[in-house]
Write a protein that binds this ligand. Structure first.
Ligand SMILES: [Zn+2]
Length: 121
């Protein structure tokens, strides 16, 4: 489960920031998770919770995951578009270019996993 190593590097960033600010507790950790980051949000959350049990600094922290809608570049007309996240009821719906209706869309960006904000005290 590579989510665990991602969470560990995230926690290392959080610890470094808390140390810089002389904080003893972290209250909120906001993470921006690109839709093509290859991370399963539930696994990420699970790994974070496992880590919280061994780290008093993170023990009371709330994990906020923000997932922007995926962006695509059309391979036929070159138009960039943002399409809504496929829902659980229709996960395999074929995305199509809103400009030319081509199904040949290439994921554009969205692979980032960024510690966006933390609140601490
Ligand atoms: Zn197109």
């Amino acid at each position: 489960m590579h989510e665990m190593s991602l969470v560990q590097s995230l926690a290392a960033q959080v610890r470094a920031l808390a140390e810089q600010h002389g904080a003893s507790r972290v209250k909120v950790v906001s993470v921006l998770m690109g839709p093509f980051a290859g991370v399963v949000p539930d696994s990420f959350r699970f790994a974070f919770e496992a880590l919280q049990k061994e780290d008093p600094l993170l023990a009371g922290a709330v994990l906020e995951l923000r997932q922007p809608d995926p962006r695509y570049l059309c391979l036929d007309c070159g138009e960039a578009c943002t399409l809504p996240q496929p829902g659980p009821e229709a996960p395999e719906t074929q995305a199509r270019c809103p400009a030319c209706a081509s199904p040949r869309l290439s994921p554009w960006g969205g692979t980032e996993l960024i510690l966006q904000q933390i609140r601490m005290e």
